[in-house]
Design a protein around this ligand. Structure first.
Ligand code: 5GP
Ligand code: MN
Length: 338
């Protein structure tokens, strides 16, 4: 499989001769997914008007609707449609494309742009940088910076701000800040983007967050925090899955914990699990072990069974890593003999 590590030079080549291109991101799109897809979509529409470009995503959360062209996102695909090119963004594997996966499979050529450490380079051409803060940062690097419009800059800035926890997580590099600065120079209102798409919560979102915090438990000698939201609570609060965004990050902020685990019941005996780490535990390995994926400090997986089964299975893997970490620390710090 061909691995392209610098597509900036070749974006034009990839698009050469293509009449129809489709872009797609992962199920339950987050800020980086929407930002990278819409940023690239608008750039292609502006710079390559001769190519018919479409963007496919599941319903875009209300808070991201301030980004231009979100009303053009297609939420359904025609089963046997064949595109000349499919560009997959922010997806660790093609299954994460959800309903758009069939378009990926039908396409004559495929490209993957991603920063998930669990990504196995599944497209014809792959641009994967696990150290990058976000897929939006990678999209920026592919574009001719002079040609980035204000509305494209807004989308990419949102994506970078979200995946860095507003420029705070360890994935925020000096280069990330330089890219954000360049995007700001396009005249965007960065503080409004961050406030409206990241910090602002609806009343329902705050209520369900409060419930999740109230019901959370410290386990593993207070090194792990767990909370579960069930379908009946979602119904009670009239919440939708997008309303749960940010709960696991809030849990992770608890002093003393290494790992935060948040379970959302998506069907009877089925849970979407979100994992966050402060660094000692590689949660992408744990999610990957159970069939999911993600990053070292932020990962997810869907698991079947009761909430107790799911929590037990995951904590088993956390303990293995924490014990190894402690043993390694002891080994590198030998006891002084009396
Ligand atoms: P979240 O917990 O916010 O849903 O996801 C955290 C990270 O893990 C994101 O980068 C997301 O793309 C990834 N992730 C979440 N769930 C899954 C999953 O089921 N499979 C894979 N491969 N990655 C996931
Ligand atoms: Mn991302």
């Amino acid at each position: 499989m061909e691995l392209m590590n610098n597509m900036k030079l070749v974006l034009g080549d990839i698009l050469k001769g293509k009449r129809r291109a489709a872009l797609g991101g992962h199920v339950r799109p987050d800020g980086d997914c929407v930002g990278s897809c819409l940023g690239l979509y608008m750039y292609l529409k502006e710079q390559y008007p001769e190519i018919e470009t479409d963007v496919y995503l599941e319903n875009v959360p209300e808070a991201f609707r301030m980004i231009s062209c979100t009303d053009e996102v297609k939420t359904q695909a025609v089963e046997d449609d064949v595109y000349d090119l499919f560009i997959c963004l922010d997806c660790g594997d093609s299954g994460r494309l959800g309903f758009a996966e069939k378009l990926f499979e039908n396409a004559k050529k495929t490209v993957c742009i991603d920063h998930h450490v669990s990504n196995g380079a599944f497209a014809d051409w792959n641009y994967i940088e696990p150290d990058a803060s976000s897929t939006s940062e990678l999209v920026y690097k592919l574009l001719d910076r002079e040609k980035i419009s204000r509305r494209t800059a807004e989308a990419l800035y949102m994506g970078i701000a979200h995946d860095t926890g507003v420029f705070q997580y360890s994935c925020t590099s000096p280069e990330t800040m330089e890219i954000a600065a360049d995007l700001m120079r396009k005249g965007i209102d960065g503080s409004e983007i961050i406030d409206k798409t990241y910090y602002e919560k609806t009343y329902v979102q705050n209520q369900i967050l409060g419930r999740a915090l109230l019901e959370s438990m410290l386990i593993l000698d207070k090194r792990c925090i767990v909370s579960v939201v069930r379908q009946k609570e979602m119904e009670f609060f009239q919440a939708v899955p997008a309303d749960l965004e940010g709960i696991v990050s809030q849990l992770r902020q608890t002093k003393g914990v290494e790992v935060a685990m948040f379970l959302h019941e998506t069907a009877p005996q089925q849970f979407k699990v979100s994992l966050r780490s402060k660094g000692k535990v590689d949660v992408s390995r744990i999610a990957g072990y159970f069939g999911g994926g993600g990053h070292v400090r932020a990962a997810g997986v869907t698991m079947k069974g009761s909430s107790y089964d799911v929590i037990n299975n995951i904590t088993g893997q956390i303990v293995l890593q924490l014990d190894k970490e402690e043993a390694d620390a002891e080994a590198s710090c030998p006891q002084v003999k009396a």
